[in-house]
Design a protein around this ligand. Structure first.
Ligand SMILES: NC(=O)c1ccc[n+]([C@@H]2O[C@H](COP(=O)([O-])OP(=O)(O)OC[C@H]3O[C@@H](n4cnc5c(N)ncnc54)[C@H](OP(=O)(O)O)[C@@H]3O)[C@@H](O)[C@H]2O)c1
Length: 387
């Protein structure tokens, strides 16, 4: 008899990760099933997704927008839930096997937390949950016996490479980075970068926040912190290598000098599929390496002066406590201000550094104090914004 389908709640189904995940599920031949989807602003797309996948629940997290929207086209049998608190209720439903956390930014923390509290397996794209509250989130997962499966391509690669040895045999983790669209620009040219230029990533097609994070290299800083908590590896054993082709998604070096890498063409459907099917591997829909053509792969160490965000990532991974929350909140606010035309591209990282330096460090915060600190850090960034 065929196994029962794995029922998945796709939180943030209208985003870049969410839509790719739905394509993976659509191609699964019934092995994976959409149990719930959620969106914030793209409600037409949410209804179209509900029509295609007939989930048991749809959640519209922006209450104001949802109340004005015409829901008459929602399929019968799909229950509409309005407001972000409903995410926490949906992920607690016994019939949901797995939660794909694909909401962007701090807004994804509570539903990730609720999923783990309810002992669900979490396929984690929302790296900000671990950046903000990595120690508490990992403690909760351990306490509840809930598994976190990485969706970020780098962390998926590390997760796979770690299976080649014991945790005590790991010498270092090397996160690869494409270097973003501005790898070749000098400081003067960087000052002139426009929003449209920052939103053009050379390799990956992603949501606006992570695309800007990739251009500043803050994305890699956040990934250093994510790796620190997810794999329990100290900051000094996490390195970054610039790899413009984005084919090797990250590497693990073991004590004997062996380096195990995971490689595949840059296509987010593969790490999403890896998490959704784990521990199984299936043929799937992702692009494959073409071994019939020649290609080269380059690696080089990042210049710390060119990419100052990396040091902030190492600092937060080293110090823990409240630092991740402050960096994450300051960065979200600064990126928001840049996208609104209120902050220069080159001021995003200095604004984050300044807020990080001026906060009252606490080595052992609670979730409530982190939420309060998140609010404070966002306000601090407003001092940097053009009048
Ligand atoms: N994109 C990638 O290739 C990639 C790779 C690795 C990791 N990630 C991580 O995956 C996460 C999602 O990234 P993305 O690129 O898919 O982002 P995205 O395209 O901007 O999509 C974000 C999703 O979150 C929803 N959302 C936005 N604000 C919300 C709020 N306040 N409350 C609830 N839902 C909200 C959006 O809904 P609406 O669209 O309806 O407004 C959308 O469904 C991020 O944490 C990112 O770092 C992404």
């Amino acid at each position: 008899m065929a196994d029962a389908p794995r029922k998945i709640a796709v939180l943030g189904s209208t985003g870049s990760i969410g839509t790719n995940a739905l394509r993976v599920i659509a191609a699964s031949g019934g092995a994976l099933e959409v149990a719930a989807i959620s969106a914030h602003s793209q409600l037409d797309l949410l209804v179209a997704q509900a029509t295609e996948f007939a989930p048991r629940w749809v959640v519209a997290t922006d209450s104001k927008a949802a109340e004005k929207f015409d829901w008459s086209k929602l399929p019968k049998g799909t229950e509409l839930l309005i407001g972000c608190d409903e995410l926490n209720r949906v992920v607690a439903q016994p019939e949901i096997d797995m939660v794909l956390a694909a909401i962007v930014g701090r807004a994804g923390l509570e539903s990730t937390w609720a999923a783990l509290e309810n002992k669900k397996t979490v396929a984690l794209a929302n790296k900000e949950s671990l950046v903000m509250a990595g120690s508490l989130v990992m403690q909760l997962a351990r306490k509840q016996g809930a598994q976190i499966l990485p969706v970020d391509s780098e962390h998926s690669a590390i997760f796979q490479a770690l299976q080649a040895g014991q945790p005590t045999e790991v010498e270092r983790i090397v996160l690869t980075a494409s270097g973003g669209p501005f790898r070749q620009l000098n400081q003067n040219q960087l000052k002139q970068v426009t929003v449209a230029e920052a939103l053009e990533h050379p390799v990956w097609d992603m949501g606006p926040k992570i695309t800007v994070d990739s251009a500043t290299m803050m994305n890699k800083a956040l990934e250093i912190i994510e790796a620190r908590w997810l794999f329990d590896v100290p900051s000094e054993r996490i390195d970054v290598s610039i790899h413009p082709q984005s084919v090797v998604h990250s590497l693990v070096e073991f004590v004997d000098g062996s380096v195990i890498a995971q490689m595949s063409p840059p296509d987010m459907r593969l790490p999403i599929q890896h998490a959704l099917y784990y521990p199984q591997r299936v043929a799937g829909v992702a692009e494959r390496v073409d071994w019939g053509t020649s290609f080269s792969l380059e690696f080089s160490p990042p210049d710390p002066e060119r990419y100052p965000a990396l040091e902030l990532g190492h600092q937060c991974a080293r110090e823990g406590g409240t630092t991740g929350t402050v960096l994450n909140a300051a960065n979200e606010a600064a990126v928001g201000a840049f996208l609104a035309g209120e902050l220069h591209f080159t001021e995003i990282v200095p604004a984050c550094r300044s807020v990080l330096q001026s906060h009252n460090f606490d080595s052992d915060p609670t979730l409530e104090s982190l939420v309060e600190l998140d609010r404070w850090a966002r306000e601090e960034v407003s001092h940097w914004v053009f009048a």
